[in-house]
Every structure is written in structure tokens, then in C-alpha cells.
Design a protein around this ligand. Sequence first.
Ligand code: ADP
Ligand code: MG
Length: 324
Amino acid sequence: PRLANQIAAGEVVERPASVVKELVENSLDAGANRIELDIEKGGHKRIKLRDNGSGIAKHELELALSRHATSKISTLDDLEQILSLGFRGEALASISAVSRLTLTSKPAAQEQAWQACCEGRDMAVQVQPAAHPDGTTIDVMDIFYNTPARRKFLRTEKTEYQHIEEVIKRIALSRPDVTFVLRHNGKVTKRFAGSNDLAVRVGQVCGQKFVQQAIHTQCDYASIKLEAWLGDARQLRSSNDCQYSFVNGRGMRDKLILHALRQAYDSVLGSAEQPAFVVYLTIDPREVDVNVHPAKHEVRFQQGRLVHDFICKTVCDALSESSD
Ligand code: ADP
Ligand code: MG
């Protein structure tokens, strides 16, 4: 199974940032509202996550590290309205196949924390008592140490770290209520305190200048709702682009959404403008298929044309109102 896991790992674990994404999504699924990440050397050396979520019971630790061990789908109905972020049940197994992974956890109802790690040639799971508050810590060391071909594809520490930061920003924008602390080589690099105010989170992630100068708009049409901060690149602190879109709380780089935004910006401001935006689309989950390309962040809308035109018109109206 180890080889199978390593092959599967290729799909899930592309680089340190993809590990971070899977781990953080698991923490959110577990109801955590505080997530701390310690990254060493761009994740090459270490990716350590600690959360205050529901934890993993002792007897489920070993299971959590095996393939197709998702605790998240119980009926077919669930599949149709996927609300939790993870549903494949192979992220942890895949990550542990290509790294030295230690899982430490304590559900509130369990007196003692337990720790699991894979050891020896057969990578048997060892479980031992540990000290840990309620929640989970996952420590991923030496990613790709046993898959040299893949290790060669790792970029510099700086580049890999930037990818990690991007993942955290994107997820943080989808969950303003959750506190995120990100450290790199022992220094705090990002700290987003959780609150229920989306504007506060947009400011934390994209900068105060952006959130103050961007146009904030909200619009409803039938079962679709759009909330957006629309600005341009000059309002950003750095040269990083800021183009974030979310569908029902999931980060998306969907072509249809991006096209609608581009078209609106072009028609109101002209194509010289470098758009910067944070866009939240909420739609009845039955009218959207999120499983088309989970990795590519694409969705399929039942009524694509309508969604496209709704976004385009809402953004056009907001941009032209403010430029009058
Ligand atoms: P999936 O998320 O697709 O179910 P994963 O391999 O990512 O599969 O995780 C396997 C299982 O381990 C999850 O279904 C969950 O039960 C458990 N798990 C993983 N991370 C956490 C966490 N941070 N807190 C609580 N449970 C977790
Ligand atoms: Mg998962």
C-alpha cells in the first residue's frame, strides 16, 4: 500500500503549499477556529499545523493515516451537497507516504492525548501517549525525502513559502471567523485575528488601503448572491496581484467568473486597468457542481450564462456608479 500511497501522493501533494491546503481544510472540517502554522525553510524542512478542532480519537488515529478513510461522507446525499471541504479520504495517507509525519491529537472527551507516526520499512503505525491540549497537531518533516524525483521539482524556500502564504490568504478570506497565525523560520509572518466582519478580514489579507479604497458592493438575484470588493492594483501594498473569488465559501479560479469580472472592468475602466478584487458568490448548492476540477478550482454552473451576466452586470454597475 505504501507504493500506492506514493502514487496517489503525486495527485494530492504537489508541493509544500498543497500539504498546507489539505491540512488547513481538515482543521476547518474539524471545527477549529484557531489554526497555527510553523513553516521551516519554505516547508522543505517542516510544515507543522496546530488546531483547536474536535480532534481524532485514539482508535481512529491509525485509520486517519490510511487511504479512503474519510469520516465525512456517509450517504450519497452528502455527495450531492458537499459542505465539508475534504471528501476524498486520502490526503493524510498521501502526505505521510512522502514525508515523516506525526499526528498528535486529543478530543475534548478523551482524557489523554495520543500520537501516531509511521515507522520502519513497512511504515507500521505506532501509537503512544503524548501531551497535547484539545485539538490536533500534524507535523510534516522532510517532504519528498523518499521521492527524489519529486524533490527536484521543489523551488527555492522563498518561492515555496510564497505559495504557502497564498494558500493561507485565500483560505483566510473564506473564513473570517477563524484566527490564523503563520510563522516562517520562527518568525510570525501573518497574523489574522478572527472576527465576524468580512471587511476586517479583507483588510488583513489585502491591506487597509485596498479595503478603504475598493468599491464594496452587494447584490441578490433569485438564488444568487454576490458580495465584492472591487479595486485596482494601485491600491495594493505590494506588487502581488489580488484576485480572489469564492463560490459558496470555496476558493475558485473559475474561468466563467474571471471572464465576467474582466469584461466588466474592461467595459467600464478600459483594459489598461489591472483589476484587484475579492468576490464572494453564494448560490444554491444544487445549481453548481464543485467536483468538476477540485484541484483546478473550477466549478460548473447549471445556468452558466445567467451567473456570468449577473456578475458582469453587478460589477459594471458598481464600477460605473463610482466613476461617475
Ligand atoms: P478527508 O479530509 O478527505 O476525510 P484526510 O486524509 O484529509 O481525508 O483526513 C482523514 C481523516 O482524518 C478525516 O476524515 C478526519 O476524520 C481526520 N482528520 C484529519 N485531520 C484532522 C484534524 N485536524 N482534526 C480532526 N480530524 C482530522
Ligand atoms: Mg482532508
